[in-house]
Design a protein around this ligand. Structure first.
Ligand code: ATP
Ligand code: MG
Length: 567
């Protein structure tokens, strides 16, 4: 490919509304252009590499027996009404004003279940894995990270159809392995976390995550031990307080100037962890008290999964005062004016020797014994893990990181097949719903994550295994020198014979300009060919990743390149 004829509109300046490095570089290196918030055009250089990502997806999905579909983005609303997801999706779903019986599909579980209901009748027809690489439409509220969060974006979505839960386990496992291979082949450093499947419905799901400071999820990870978890469920090796031998009666003491655990511990020389902090929540409109160890933070997601509801909120001060007869800062599990249910974090399990509020302003109790002095309805893990705590696998410190979700695998079960009447007859002639799984990967997100992890201040740094072109030949003063032209073109055709893809910068530009553009485009090897070098039979090779430059004899170029690409 001659660069003079190729449409790669590079930008010198960093576009000021783009914050993520991948977003900036995709604009600057001419991969994409934005035409509306969250809506992007892929330009040739970007689409070239995006197709290679799609090739990897296809190869790995085909390898687990996937069959490729192409489902329409326009979906009959009627089908979606059967699962009530038009309502559940709310404003995320795009509706059409002049055709209100159609919607723009944000995902395709319904259509898959619909096709299965039409054509699959027997357990003998299963298992099936159906996939597609297709545009999804989601009215994301604040699309601001480039193609990482588009309103129209490409998803590889696959769906497994099985006759039993055991069958689903196998299809799920196949996808998990395929996902590992896909992200490894893309050279992305990722980790996997178990997640709640939320509005999708279903029992088990996992998310493939990439550490990134712009990520909207928070996770606890230890790359060495392999521990990784969403903060919503993360645990660490912090051990319960346990019991002490000496357990006198609890006793009230005045604490007029201690409103926080730290003030209390400091003024009365207490161990912070022996203080039980009272956290008051409203759960399904009922007030509950949760005791936490010292300064431990309550994790609302853990609270919600314990109570199996998402109707939770911290209690307001007036609700607290009315119930406890005291202000926050003096609350505790004993002598509550209007008794409510008390729960406690696992780290306080059956503990004694605790200090907590006396439900009287300015007073606390000491020597509280949770077994003896109050009724704890239940213990659970309610606390938020903290960075630096020992992980449960290796005891080494955990990192708490922001992360981006790159892929998601769900065991859907029978929610969609039941709703759409996708049934089979089993071995005994009994009617059963098809057991489904659903598996998604953001195709553009893969590319954005690759760039997030592979760039420097000069531009993108493609890996040799996944790059738009293999070699970037920079012809210096190409327009003026016939020797340079001949040498460039000869090398180009020799490389192309080896099935390597070559971009030849034959533009009428100054060398400095070409060097900058080449670093920005990030092709793994640059071959710099100029009159001066050629006069000594030499050219320069630059390896983009290491920045290493070497002078080689013209006769040795091919050797260096074939060695680099292992061919
Ligand atoms: P997020 O929490 O980031 O919004 P999601 O939970 O909505 O993701 P899924 O519905 O599981 O995502 O979609 C499958 C995959 O599609 C995601 O793992 C992600 O890689 C990709 N994806 C989701 N939303 C977008 C988007 N707006 N733009 C680009 N890719 C997306
Ligand atoms: Mg989303």
């Amino acid at each position: 490919m001659y660069q003079s004829q190729y449409f790669i509109p590079t930008l010198k300046e960093i576009p000021n509304d783009a914050q993520m490095p991948s977003h900036q570089l995709m604009l600057r290196a001419g991969l994409i252009r934005q035409i509306a918030a969250g809506v992007f055009s892929w330009l040739p250089y970007g689409y070239k590499i995006l197709k290679k990502v799609q090739d990897i997806l296809r190869e790995e999905l085909d390898a687990i027996g996937g069959q490729e579909f192409l489902l329409p983005a326009l979906n009959p609303k009627e089908i979606w009404d059967q699962t009530n997801r038009v309502e559940a999706m709310g404003d995320v779903m795009f509706h059409l004003k002049n055709r209100d019986n159609l919607i723009l599909a944000p995902t395709h579980e319904e259509i898959i279940a619909y096709h299965a209901s039409q054509s699959i009748k027997s357990y003998k027809d299963l298992p099936q894995i159906w996939y597609q690489i297709q545009n999804k439409f989601r009215n994301e509220p604040r699309p601001k990270s480039g193609v990482m969060r588009g309103r129209q974006f490409l998803m590889k979505d696959s769906y497994s159809l099985d006759a039993s839960e055991e069958g689903l386990d196998i299809s799920y496992e196949k996808h998990s392995l395929a996902y590992h291979r896909i992200f490894e082949r893309c050279g992305i450093k990722f980790f996997v976390v178990g997640a709640s499947s939320g509005a999708m419905g279903g029992s088990k799901s996992q998310e493939f995550m990439v550490e990134n400071s712009f990520g909207e999820d928070t996770c606890a990870v230890n790359y060495e031990s392999g521990y990784s978890s969403n903060m919503e469920v993360a645990v660490s090796y912090v051990q319960p307080l346990g019991r002490i031998e000496n357990s006198p009666e609890y006793e009230k003491f005045a604490t007029p100037n201690a409103k926080t655990i730290n003030e209390l511990a400091e003024q009365f020389e207490l161990e912070v962890n022996t203080c039980a902090k009272s956290v008051v929540y409203v759960v399904d409109s009922e007030l509950v008290l949760i005791l936490m160890r010292g300064n431990d933070e309550l994790n609302e997601s853990k609270l919600q999964s314990f109570f199996e509801t998402n109707q939770t909120r911290p209690a307001e001060e007036d609700e607290i005062v009315k119930c406890f007869g005291a202000n926050p800062g003096s609350l505790g599990p004993i002598n509550i004016k209007t008794p409510i249910k008390i729960y406690a974090d696992n780290l306080l399990k059956d503990a004694n020797g605790l200090v907590s509020g006396a439900n009287e302003n300015g007073f606390h109790f000491k020597s509280i014994d949770l077994l003896r002095d109050c009724k704890i309805e239940g213990y659970s893990d309610f606390r938020t893990v903290i960075a630096g705590e020992a992980d449960i696998l290796s005891g080494k410190p955990l990192k708490v990181v922001n992360a981006i979700e790159l892929g998601h695998i769900f065991k859907l079960g029978t929610k969609y097949s039941n709703a759409l009447g996708a049934k089979i007859l089993d071995e005994n002639g009994k009617e059963k719903p098809i057991v489904m799984g659903s598996y998604g990967i953001g195709v553009e997100r893969i590319l954005a994550c690759i760039i997030e992890q592979n760039h420097d201040e000069d531009g993108i740094v493609w890996d040799k295994d996944l790059t738009p072109f293999h070699i970037h030949i920079l012809g210096l003063a190409y327009d003026k020198s016939e020797i340079v032209q001949d040498s460039c073109n000869q090398l180009k055709s020799e490389l192309e014979k080896l099935r390597l893809e070559v971009l030849l910068d034959d533009r009428k530009e100054r060398p400095g300009f070409k060097f900058k553009d080449a670093d920005l485009l990030g092709i793994p090897i640059q071959v710099i060919i100029g009159d001066r070098g050629l006069s000594e039979d030499k050219v320069e090779l630059k390896f983009r990743k290491s920045g290493e430059k070497i002078e080689v004899k013209t006769t040795d170029i091919l050797n260096h390149i074939t060695k680099f690409y292992n061919i």
